[in-house]
Design a binder for this molecule. Structure first.
Ligand code: ADP
Length: 256
C-alpha cells in the first residue's frame, strides 16, 4: 500500500472510459485508471495492446474519441469532437513524457534541450531555469555534458537527459514510455536507478515497461492490458507472481 493510499488521499489522476480508434482499429476500448499522489503505476502488456496510446492520450498528444481525464486540482477534460485546443493544452501541461527513443532535439545542446520547454512554453525566467537544469544534470551525473549534443552521448546518457527534461517542466505526473527498451543492456541499470530514486522521492508516475522485475520493485499497482482493455490490475506481487487471469499468466511467464 502506498503512503497516499493509506492516508486516503484523493486520486491525482482519474481516467474514465478512455476510447481511441485509428480508423477501424479500436486501440483503446474504454480504459479506467486511477493514480494517487506519490504512486507508481506500471502498465504492462503485449506489443500493440494500447499502452503507449494511453500515455499519449494522457499527455494530450492524441485526441481520444471518448472518456475523461481529470487531475485532482483541475477540471475534468471530457473528450468529444468539440474538445478545444485550449483543453488539450491544459492537459499537456500536467504531465511530462519520457520517450522510448529519448526524442531529444538533435541540433540543440543538452542544456538547450532541457530549458527549451520551461522558457519557450512556460515563459519562466531563463537564469532560474538554467540553474535548475544544471542542478538536475548534476544529480543524474551529467553536469559535464551540459554543452554537448545528443549524438555525443550514449543512449543511457541521452535518456537521463530525457528524464531531466521532463523534470524541468515540474509536472504533476511523469509518464515513461518503455524508457529502457532502446538501451544496450549494460546501460539499463543507470536509467532504472534514476527512475527508482524519483519514485522514492514521491513523484507520481505512469510507466509502460517490459522490465517486470523493476515494476515489481517500484510500482504500487500493475495494470495488465491486452487488446485495448485492462485485463487485470492490482498489487505487483499478485499481478506478476500470482495472476488471476490466464492471459496475464501467459504474458508474465514469458517475461519473468
Ligand atoms: P503498445 O504501446 O501496447 O505496443 P500502441 O499504443 O503503440 O501499443 O499501439 C496500439 C495499436 O495502435 C497498434 O495496433 C498500433 O499499430 C496502433 N497505432 C498506434 N498509433 C497509431 C497511429 N498514429 N496511427 C495508426 N495506428 C496507430
Amino acid at each position: 500500500m502506498s503512503p497516499a493510499e493509506s492516508s486516503g488521499a484523493p486520486a491525482l489522476l482519474r481516467v474514465a472510459g478512455l476510447k481511441k480508434a485509428f480508423g477501424s482499429n479500436e486501440v483503446l476500448k474504454s480504459i479506467d485508471l486511477e493514480v494517487r499522489p506519490g504512486e507508481v503505476l506500471a502498465l504492462i502488456g503485449p506489443s500493440g495492446s494500447g499502452k503507449t496510446t494511453v500515455l499519449r492520450c494522457l499527455n494530450g498528444l492524441e485526441r481520444p474519441d471518448a472518456g475523461t481525464v481529470a487531475f485532482a486540482d483541475g477540471p475534468a477534460v471530457g473528450f468529444t469532437p468539440g474538445t478545444t485546443k485550449k483543453e488539450y493544452e491544459a492537459l499537456r501541461t500536467r504531465s511530462a513524457m519520457v520517450f522510448q527513443n529519448y526524442n531529444l532535439f538533435p541540433h540543440m545542446s543538452v542544456l538547450q534541450n532541457i530549458i527549451e520547454g520551461p522558457i519557450q512554453v512556460q515563459k519562466r525566467k531563463k537564469a532560474e531555469v538554467i540553474a535548475e537544469a544544471e542542478a538536475l544534470l548534476e544529480r543524474v551525473g551529467l553536469a559535464e555534458k551540459r554543452d554537448e549534443h545528443p549524438y555525443q552521448l550514449s543512449g543511457g546518457q541521452q535518456q537521463r537527459v530525457g528524464i531531466v527534461r521532463a523534470l524541468a517542466l515540474k509536472p504533476s505526473l511523469l509518464l515513461f514510455d518503455e524508457p529502457t527498451s532502446a538501451l544496450d543492456p549494460e546501460l539499463v541499470g543507470d536509467v532504472l536507478k534514476v527512475i527508482k530514486e524519483l519514485a522514492q522521492e514521491g513523484w507520481t508516475m505512469v510507466m509502460v515497461t517490459h522490465e517486470l522485475a523493476f515494476a515489481r520493485e517500484v510500482a504500487h499497482e500493475v495494470v495488465f492490458m491486452d487488446g485495448g482493455v485492462v485485463v487485470e490490475r492490482g498489487h505487483p506481487d499478485t499481478v506478476l507472481r500470482a495472476p488471476q487471469q490466464e492471459r496475464t499468466r501467459q504474458f508474465v511467464h514469458r517475461l519473468l
